[in-house]
Design a protein around this ligand. Structure first.
Ligand SMILES: *[C@@H]1O[C@H](CO)[C@@H](O)[C@H](O)[C@H]1NC(C)=O
Ligand SMILES: *[C@@H]1O[C@H](CO)[C@@H](O)[C@H](O)[C@H]1NC(C)=O
Ligand SMILES: *[C@@H]1O[C@H](CO)[C@@H](O)[C@H](O)[C@H]1NC(C)=O
Ligand SMILES: *[C@@H]1O[C@H](CO)[C@@H](O)[C@H](O)[C@H]1NC(C)=O
Ligand SMILES: *[C@@H]1O[C@H](CO)[C@@H](O)[C@H](O)[C@H]1NC(C)=O
Ligand SMILES: *[C@@H]1O[C@H](CO)[C@@H](O)[C@H](O)[C@H]1NC(C)=O
Ligand SMILES: *[C@@H]1O[C@H](CO)[C@@H](O)[C@H](O)[C@H]1NC(C)=O
Ligand SMILES: *[C@@H]1O[C@H](CO)[C@@H](O)[C@H](O)[C@H]1NC(C)=O
Ligand SMILES: *[C@@H]1O[C@H](CO)[C@@H](O)[C@H](O)[C@H]1NC(C)=O
Ligand SMILES: *[C@@H]1O[C@H](CO)[C@@H](O)[C@H](O)[C@H]1NC(C)=O
Length: 509
C-alpha cells in the first residue's frame, strides 16, 4: 500500500505541472464525440491527469456500454459518473497523529475546499463498487476520518481546508464574517462555517453506507468516530432548545452567524441566532444545503436525513460495543422522526379543491410552515433517496405532486428544462439535480424517459451536469465543474439499470 500512496502523490505533482485546469479543459471539445444528435465531447481528463483511478470504476464504465443503447446517454454517463475520481481527489495520505489513519481530501470541483455534504455524496455514487479491500474503500475511510477530525475541531462548520499533512495551502473564501461567528473558527482549517444539520447527517450517512456494504466495523473504533457521534448527540440536545425559557427569558444559542451580505440568504437575523424557535424535538439548522439561510430553523429535509442516517448508524455503534451510545442514537432518531410527523406536515388545498397533507420545507414550532422545495439535496423531493420514506408513502406522493407543479414557488418550466430551482441561483433557473431526483423517485417509465430527455438537452452542449440552467437558454448555466451533480447522474443511471434496465434501451435520437 505504501508505494501506491507514493505513486498517487507523484502523479498529483505531475498533474499539477502538465495538466490543464479542468474548467478550461471543459471549455473546449475533445474527441471522441458521441455519434448521436448531441455530439457530446469526451470530458474525462487524459489518464495521466486524472486525480484517482479505480479499476472497478473503469470496469463498470466498460460494462455499461452494452447496457445503454443511446450513444449520447452513454457519453453523458461516461463523462459524469467518474467525475469525482477524475478531477476532485485532491489529496490522499495518512494522518501524522496516527500513521495507520487514512485521510482523503475531496474538493467540490470549481471550489477548492471539502464540503462535508458534497464529499459524502460524491463518494456515495461509487457505492456499487465499494469494498473494504479496494481503493474506493480506502477513499471512504479517509473521508470519514477527515470529516471526524473536522467536526471535532469545528463542529458547526460545513466546508474545510486541506489537512496540514497535504501541505496544500488554504483558500480564502472572500467573505467577511469571522468576527461575527460564534464559536470562532480558524480559517487555516475551515473554508466556511455555516451550521447545516445535513452536514453531520452526511457524515453519518457515509459511515452507515460504508458499514452496510463492507461489514467492516473495526475501523470505526480505531480513530475519532465514537467521539464525533457523541458530540453530534450532545450538540443536538442544545440545538433542540427553544428561544425562550419557561419564565420568558431568552436562552443562548450554541452558535451564531452574521456576515456582511447584500442578500438575506447570506446572513442570519437576531444578531445571528436566527428566527424564534420552539422546542418540538426538531433540531435547528441555520443554513440549508444550498448554504443559504433558513427562514424557519426547523428545516425538515435535513431533519429527515438526520433521523434516517442516525438510525442506520446505530448498527455501527452496536458492532463496536458502544451500546449506550447506540441507545442514545436510536432515541434521538425516533424523537426527530416523531417531531417531523407532528410539526412538519401541513394540510393544503390542491388545484382540484381537495384537502391533502404534505411535508413542509421549514417550520418554527409556533405553527408557521414554509411550503416550497429547493433542489439541493437533502430536499423534500429527495426524502426517499436518503431513506426517510418510501416513494409510495401517501404524504410523500402528495408532496411530490405539489413540488413538481407551479404550487412550488421554486418550480420553473421553460423551453429547455423544467424542474426545481433554488433561491441560491434565483428565479427562472432549474437545477438538473432536481430532475435526477425526480427520476430516482419515479416508477413511471414515461416520466423517467421524458426527464432523461430534458437532462440530455440541458447540458449546454457540454456533456456534463451543471448546477443550474436558465429554463430558456441551455448555454446559460452555473458551475462548469460541479462533481457531485455529475456523480449523482451516474448513480441514477446505475440504479435505473438495476430497477428498470429496459429504459436504458430507449433511443433519445
Ligand atoms: C462534433 O463536434 C466537434 C467539435 O465541435 C466537431 O468538430 C464535429 O464536426 C462535430 N461532429 C458532428 C457530426 O457534428
Ligand atoms: C496508511 O494507512 C493504511 C491503512 O491503515 C496502511 O495500510 C498504510 O500502511 C498506511 N501508510 C503509511 C505510509 O503509513
Ligand atoms: C479483505 O481483506 C481481509 C484481510 O486482508 C480479508 O480477511 C477479507 O476476507 C477481505 N475481504 C474481501 C471482501 O475480500
Ligand atoms: C479534538 O479537538 C481538540 C481541540 O478542539 C483537540 O485538543 C483534540 O486533540 C482533538 N482530538 C483529536 C482526537 O484529534
Ligand atoms: C484568514 O484570516 C486572516 C485575517 O482576516 C486573513 O489575513 C487571511 O488571508 C485569511 N486566510 C484565509 C485562507 O482565508
Ligand atoms: C460481519 O462481521 C461480524 C464481525 O464483526 C461477523 O460476526 C458477521 O458474521 C459478519 N457478517 C457478514 C454478513 O459478513
Ligand atoms: C457529551 O456530554 C457529556 C455530558 O455532558 C460529557 O460528559 C461528554 O464529555 C460530552 N462528549 C462530547 C464528545 O462532547
Ligand atoms: C438546552 O439544552 C441543554 C441540553 O439538552 C440543557 O441542558 C439546557 O438546560 C437547555 N437550556 C435551556 C435554557 O433550555
Ligand atoms: C408502489 O406502488 C405501485 C403501484 O401501486 C406498486 O406497483 C409498487 O410495487 C409499489 N412500490 C413499493 C416499493 O411498494
Ligand atoms: C412545461 O410547460 C409546457 C407548456 O406549458 C407543458 O406542456 C409541460 O408539460 C410542462 N412541463 C413540465 C415538466 O412541467
Amino acid at each position: 500500500m505504501v508505494s501506491t500512496w507514493i505513486l498517487f502523490a507523484l502523479a498529483a505533482v505531475a498533474a499539477a505541472q502538465d495538466c490543464q485546469d479542468y474548467v478550461s479543459y471543459t471549455g473546449q471539445a475533445h474527441a471522441p464525440f458521441s455519434s448521436g444528435k448531441y455530439n457530446f465531447s469526451s470530458m474525462r481528463p487524459p489518464e495521466e491527469c486524472r486525480s484517482f483511478s479505480s479499476s472497478e470504476v473503469e470496469g463498470v464504465i466498460t460494462d455499461m456500454q452494452q447496457k445503454i443503447a443511446d450513444p449520447d446517454l452513454y457519453q453523458l454517463f461516461q463523462n459524469a459518473w467518474p467525475n469525482t475520481l477524475d478531477t476532485t481527489v485532491r489529496w490522499v495520505g495518512n494522518s501524522s497523529d496516527d500513521t495507520s489513519e487514512e485521510l482523503s481530501f475531496i474538493i467540490t470541483g470549481d471550489i477548492d475546499a471539502m464540503w462535508l455534504r458534497d464529499s459524502a455524496n460524491q463518494l456515495k455514487s461509487y457505492l456499487p463498487v465499494l469494498s473494504a479491500n479496494n481503493t474506493i474503500g480506502s477513499l471512504y475511510r479517509g473521508a470519514i476520518n477527515l470529516q471526524a477530525r473536522y467536526l471535532n475541531e469545528s463542529f458547526f462548520c460545513q466546508a474545510f481546508q486541506p489537512p496540514a499533512e497535504s501541505q496544500i495551502s488554504a483558500t480564502a473564501n472572500g467573505a467577511v464574517d469571522n468576527d461575527n461567528v460564534t464559536p470562532s473558527y480558524n480559517n487555516n482549517t475551515v473554508f466556511e462555517c455555516k451550521w447545516e444539520l445535513d452536514s453531520v447527517a452526511s457524515f453519518l450517512d457515509l459511515s452507515a453506507s460504508y458499514y452496510r456494504v463492507t461489514n467492516d466495523s473495526s475501523f470505526f473504533s480505531n480513530y475519532q468516530w465514537t467521539q464525533t457521534v457523541q458530540s453530534i448527540l450532545n450538540q443536538s440536545y442544545y440545538l433542540q432548545n427553544s428561544t425562550y425559557s419557561a419564565d420568558g427569558s431568552v436562552t443562548t444559542t450554541p452558535y451564531t452567524f452574521t456576515r456582511l451580505s447584500s442578500d438575506s440568504e447570506g446572513t442570519q437575523d437576531n444578531s445571528g441566532s436566527g428566527n424564534a424557535f420552539e422546542n418540538t424535538g426538531l433540531i435547528r439548522s441555520w443554513f440549508r444545503p444550498s448554504d443559504d439561510a433558513t427562514i424557519y430553523q426547523g428545516f425538515i429535509p435535513a431533519n429527515m436525513m438526520f433521523s434516517s442516517a442516525l438510525s442506520s448508524s446505530v448498527s455501527i455503534a452496536n458492532a463496536i460495543g458502544e451500546s449506550d451510545l447506540a441507545d442514545q442514537m436510536s432515541t434521538l432518531a425516533k424523537t426527530v422522526s416523531k417531531a417531523i410527523q407532528k410539526w412538519g406536515v401541513k394540510k393544503v388545498t390542491t388545484v382540484d379543491g381537495q384537502t391533502t397533507s404534505v411535508y413542509a420545507f421549514e417550520v418554527d414550532g409556533y405553527g408557521s410552515q414554509n411550503i416550497m422545495d429547493d433542489a439541493n439535496l437533502p430536499s423534500l423531493l429527495g426524502a426517499p433517496v436518503y431513506g426517510y420514506v418510501g416513494t409510495n408513502d401517501t404524504t410523500f406522493q402528495a408532496t411530490r405532486k405539489l413540488l413538481l407543479s407551479s404550487k412550488n414557488p421554486y418550480y420553473g418550466n421553460g423551453s429547455v428544462i423544467a424542474g426545481i430551482g433554488s433561491p441560491h441561483t434565483g428565479f427562472g433557473r432549474v437545477w438538473p439535480m432536481s430532475l435526477i431526483v425526480r427520476i430516482m423517485t419515479s416508477d413511471d417509465d414515461e416520466e423517467i424517459i421524458s426527464t432523461l430527455e430534458l437532462l440530455l438537452g440541458s447540458t449546454g452542449g457540454t456533456g456534463l451536469i451543471h448546477e443550474s440552467v436558465n429554463v430558456n437558454d441551455g448555454g446559460d448555466f452555473s458551475r462548469q465543474w460541479f462533481a457531485w451533480a455529475n456523480g449523482l447522474f451516474g448513480q441514477m443511471i446505475l440504479e435505473l439499470y438495476q430497477r428498470k434496465p429496459h429504459i436504458l434501451q430507449h433511443s433519445f435520437q
